[in-house]
Design a protein around this ligand. Sequence first.
Ligand SMILES: Cc1cc2nc3c(=O)[nH]c(=O)nc-3n(C[C@H](O)[C@H](O)[C@H](O)COP(=O)(O)O)c2cc1C
Length: 197
Amino acid sequence: MGRRFKIHDIMKITLKGKTPVAPLPVLIVATYNDDGSTDAMNVAWGGQSGASNVTLHLSKNHRTTANLLKREAFTLSLATVDTLVMSDFFGITSGAKTDKITKAGVSVSRADEVDAPVIDAYPLTMECRVMQITDFEGEARVDAEIVRTHVDDSMLDEEGNIDFGKMRLISFDSQMNLYREVGAAVGKAFHDGRKLM
Ligand SMILES: Cc1cc2nc3c(=O)[nH]c(=O)nc-3n(C[C@H](O)[C@H](O)[C@H](O)COP(=O)(O)O)c2cc1C
C-alpha cells in the first residue's frame, strides 16, 4: 500500500479581541456646520440596514455627530480609488480644527431633499434623513432613511442601472489599515446557488 498524504492540511487558529469583519465600506458622511460650511468624515462602521435605510456608528466627539443631531440630515458618498486621498484625509482630521472641504479643493452643492451638502467629486451620493439616534455604549448609533441618490451618468449601464463595476470602489481593511479596491464580478446572486438545489 502506498503512503497517504494529506492534501489540505489546514490548521485553524483561534484569535481573541479581533473584529475581522470584511469587506468594510468607506462611507463619506457630509454635513453642514453651524455657519453653513461643509464638514465630511470617513466611516467604516456603517452600512445598509433595511430596504432604504443605513445605520452609522459614530463617536460622539466628532463634529459630524454634533452636526447630524442639529440638522437631522447628512449625505453619504462611496469612496473610490480616484477619491481615496481626500477620503482618508476626511478621516484623519476634524472639521473642528480644519476646513477640510477648502483644503481638499472640492466643490459642494446643496442636497435636493435634506439639509445637507453633496460633495460633487464623489460619483455616487445618497441624501439621508436621520430617523433615530441612540446611545450605544457611549457612542451614537444613527439610523437614517435614504431619500434620493445622485450618480454620475458615466457610472450607469446602458439600461440606466448603477454599475458598481465602473466605480472603482474602495473597502477599508481594518486588520492591515489599508484601502483595497473592490474587485471583479465573480458570480450571479440569487442564481449560482441553484446548482446545488
Ligand atoms: C478608515 C477610517 C474609518 C473610520 N471609521 C469611523 C467610524 O466608523 N466611526 C467613527 O466615529 N469614526 C470613524 N473614523 C474616524 C473619523 O472619520 C475621524 O475622527 C474624523 O476626523 C471625524 O471628523 P469630524 O470631527 O470632522 O466629524 C474613521 C477614520 C478612518 C480613517
